[in-house]
Ligand binder design. Structure first.
Ligand code: SF4
Length: 266
């Protein structure tokens, strides 16, 4: 498998926010989102080839490494950022600290579902008693072992600029919209559906997307503000929170930005 990085940190988004976890970042993606914050695993994939046993070994080692220190870039200045349970995930810093070393693994990317050995990797990690979260854009399906399918379907706000994307613009548009795949994934797994929201009008597209998915639980739909700077995230949260309440969805904060800034291996 083509692997960009393996490291120990905390889950920054979603139901398991704050959980100490080993992140396995696969390299390579079938999409080219304009807002992608991991271009080294998508636009310009980098990394090295590792076998499944080598990945398992690296995960075991990373799980024992001390967690990175939190910088709390703006958490102390913004009262809403101190209320970690406000996003509905009930996490406390004490709970996270008590959970080391971790048995949680996050498979992320890039797009981990496009890796040839992903089914074998999940089987191997599960056999070793790791809890697996799969972070995927929901365009590819496999039958595999996974404890939390974390799906982030990509909307039209993800389309890249033509000057940057060239022929990838058409490929991206053709590949990103797979509500039938998302419908299969949520039938098979525990799940969360995480939509990146840039502007209030994105809600219409999200509601249409969910209609196409079919049967879903609104309490498992998370709306996440787009952005890699705390200031932008804070501003978008202001209008996103009422929209979440209106539709019975949850606000999904990007707390890794508050803890570490937009930096790699955090
Ligand atoms: S799907 Fe994810 S990794 Fe791939 S280009 Fe989009 S944001 Fe980046």
């Amino acid at each position: 498998m083509f692997i960009s990085e393996i490291y120990h940190s905390r889950q920054g988004e979603g139901f398991l926010t704050g959980t100490p976890s080993v992140l396995v970042r696969t390299s390579g993606c079938n999409l080219r989102c304009g807002f992608c914050d991991t271009p080294f695993a998508s636009w310009n994939p980098e990394g090295k080839r590792l076998t499944v046993p080598e990945i398992l070994d690296a995960v075991g080692q990373a799980a024992l490494v001390e967690l990175p220190a939190m910088q709390r870039q703006s958490a102390g200045q913004n009262s809403s950022m101190n209320d970690f349970s406000a996003g509905g995930f009930g996490w406390t810093e004490e709970a996270a600290a008590a959970d080391e070393p971790t048995r949680h693994v996050i498979l992320t990317g890039g797009e981990p579902m496009m890796q040839r050995d992903i089914v074998e990797l999940c089987r191997t990690l599960h056999a070793a008693k790791f809890h697996i979260t799969m972070e995927t854009a929901g365009t590819i399906e496999h039958e595999l072992d996974c404890d939390l399918m974390s799906i982030s379907p990509k909307l039209s706000n993800s389309d890249p600029e033509i000057g940057r994307a060239g022929e990838w613009l058409a490929k991206h548009r053709e590949a990103r919209h797979r509500p039938e795949v998302v419908g299969q994934l949520i039938q098979r797994h525990e799940y969360q559906l995480k939509f990146v929201v840039s502007q209030p009008s994105d809600l219409d597209e999200i509601l249409a997307y969910l209609d196409a998915v079919g049967d879903f639980d609104p309490a498992r739909v998370l709306l996440m503000p787009e952005g890699i700077r705390q200031h932008d995230l804070d501003q978008r949260e202001q209008w996103l929170m009422p929209l979440c309440e209106q539709h019975g969805f949850k606000l999904c904060r990007r707390l890794h930005i508050a803890w570490y800034g937009n930096s790699r291996r955090t």
